[in-house]
Ligand binder design. Sequence first.
Ligand SMILES: [Ca+2]
Length: 253
Amino acid sequence: MQTEENKETAGLLHMQDAPPFKEARIHIRRLYMLLPLCLMAFLMAIVAADTQATTIDEITDDGLAYTLISQKGARPYGDTLVIDRISVEGERQRIYHKDFNGLKPWKLGIADVDGDRKKELLIAVRKTTHFDPLEKNRMFIFQYDGEKLYKKWTGSQIAGVWNDFYAGNLLPIPGDELIFIEQVSGDEERISIYYWFDFGFVFLAASERYPDIKNISIRGENRLSITTAAEGQNQSRTLMVKSGKIIELIPNP
Ligand SMILES: [Ca+2]
């Protein structure tokens, strides 16, 4: 049986506990009110990030910046090419804009492929062609004269199925060479080199097959450095063109 003293003590405790419980309820109510606002801010941030123009690739050369942009946020492909003139102070002025929507451009290169001392703009796109219904990486080559972009070469097929390209002066022949990472089979790749002759590209040489080629860089005349990966291990290799083949230079032990 509860005594009067116990009842008073219980009442006192109840009164003492009441304010913190009340405060907690107020906090929870505030949290519930804030939750939709937080959710809305989060969704707005996602929408903003998805609609913010994103640079897919950019290359600068001779005071010009060539930029592939995706107007629809982070995407693997761009939809617009812009060219900016860069002043000595580093300020940019937009001088050209072209819609590439539907062509899925993803990489830019600058090279003088035909050796006429005028540089060409190389754009890797991903598309089908009239004769090939498969969507593949394909090369578009343009010339920019300071006002307009002219198509120089848009061969539908070069280097079979390729995953990446580099352009540079590897060999002492006129013009820069195009170097591709070609997919040979499901899990094997090789390097292939093409050079410009007359009105198009001619195959020069190919390497042996490697499991995965991650990187290419030109190290000097007829010296190509690549990184291959097998079973998680990266390996750096030096290649050169010899007798119509790309061979690997094995370092002296
Ligand atoms: Ca040229």
